[in-house]
Design a protein around this ligand. Structure first.
Ligand SMILES: Cc1ncc(COP(=O)(O)O)c(C=O)c1O
Length: 356
């Protein structure tokens, strides 16, 4: 609890929780929200009006700047219920730091410790009964910020709303993914906003993803914006694979979101004494490895995706089938270890879990 100190947050509680009406074992991702939310407003760079209040609709004027010029950012993290019935957050400070990196890139105010961290801990504490207590479940936590000036000129807004909402969650993907190496559309360019968790990055991904799904795939492997020569990310997750027994993942840079799951896995696998290569990977190298049967595993890693196997990779007119999931060793070991740490079944040697 070292993360929290008391502050000036106004609290309005719901008269009656909606929790008894919810079957936590049967919910699809992102559809159910907890009783409360946190919000704060930034006016000319100062945070005011910190509140914990019932989850519900927000009123705004049609000229709201976020809707017109896209100053909107978010984060995604998870709280878990451990086997000892404690509620813990996975590396929340990393999300706080990345949120402020996104804010700076989008010309938005950074959040303070008091607004982001204390709002987060107080909200989760208030809605702690909503954190599910069975395997593969969690409370998905969504901090976000958007521009609130009512104005149609193009400039940074002077006012912003920061809020946090929470949604109980099971698995995001229920089966291994078929992915397509994208050679036409681009998610992110050098000098752009790919490293920020900006809403715009997700809006632009929808059409290419829909087209890939119409062609029979689940997700896209994004490639660089210059020549589509190097692989970058796996949909809304980072991309990892095993070639000749070595874990390989593209390096984080301004076109790639610096995933907290990715960083945790790199740390974990290195702690096992195994080599991890963070390096540029050409599409041609990946294709050659698939043709020669040297690509043993491929998987997507992220907060929502956790560790999701990739079963097939499409490139141009060919679809390569990867080794059967049952034959894979590294991704299952990573997932099991991460889950053991998150649910309190194993030691947390890296100090990732923070008690609420
Ligand atoms: C584009 C993108 N890349 C990577 C990730 C993985 O990041 P993290 O592990 O911090 O959730 C995400 C979010 O889940 C994402 O949206």
């Amino acid at each position: 609890m070292a993360e929290v100190h008391e502050t000036n947050i106004r609290v309005q509680q719901v008269p009656r929780s909606r929790l008894p009406e919810v079957d936590l074992k049967n919910i699809s991702f992102g559809t159910i929200f907890t009783d409360h939310m946190f919000q704060a407003d930034s006016v000319e760079g100062s945070w005011t009006d910190l509140q914990l209040l019932p989850y519900g609709p927000v009123q705004f004027n049609p000229a709201l700047m976020a809707l017109h010029y896209g100053q909107a950012i978010f984060e995604g993290m998870k709280a878990f219920r451990t086997v000892d019935n404690e509620v813990v957050l996975f590396r929340p400070r990393a999300n706080f730091e990345r949120f402020n990196i996104s804010a700076e890139r989008m010309c938005m105010p950074v959040t303070t410790e008091e607004v982001f961290m204390e709002g987060l801990f107080r909200l989760i504490d208030m809605d702690r009964d909503w954190v599910p207590g069975f395997d593969n479940s969690s409370l998905y936590v969504r901090p976000f910020m958007y521009a609130t000036d009512q104005f149609l000129g193009v400039r940074p807004s002077h006012t912003y709303r920061f809020a946090i909402i929470c949604s109980p969650a099971g698995a995001y993907y229920s089966k291994p993914l078929r992915v397509k190496i994208e050679k036409h559309y681009t998610r992110s360019a050098k000098g752009g906003i790919g490293y920020a968790k900006a809403a715009a990055n997700y809006g632009l991904s929808l059409l290419p993803t829909k087209l890939a799904q119409e062609a029979g795939f689940d997700q896209i492997i994004w490639t660089d914006a210059v020549n589509h020569e190097y692989v970058e990310e796996a949909g809304t997750a980072n991309f990892m694979f095993v070639i000749d027994g070595t874990l390989v993942t593209p390096p984080v840079k301004d076109t790639i979101l610096k995933g907290i799951t990715r960083d945790s896995i790199v740390t974990l696998v290195r702690s096992w004494g195994m080599e991890v290569q963070e390096r540029e990977v050409a599409v041609s190298e990946l294709v050659e490895a698939m043709e020669k049967g040297r690509l043993q595993e491929a998987f997507a890693v992220g907060t929502a995706a956790t560790v999701t196997h990739i079963s097939e990779i499409g490139h141009e007119d060919r679809v390569y089938r990867l080794p059967a999931v049952e034959k894979r060793e590294l991704a299952p070991r990573i997932l099991e270890t991460l889950n053991d740490i998150r649910y309190g079944r194993a030691e947390d040697p890296f100090g990732w879990m923070v008690k609420v």
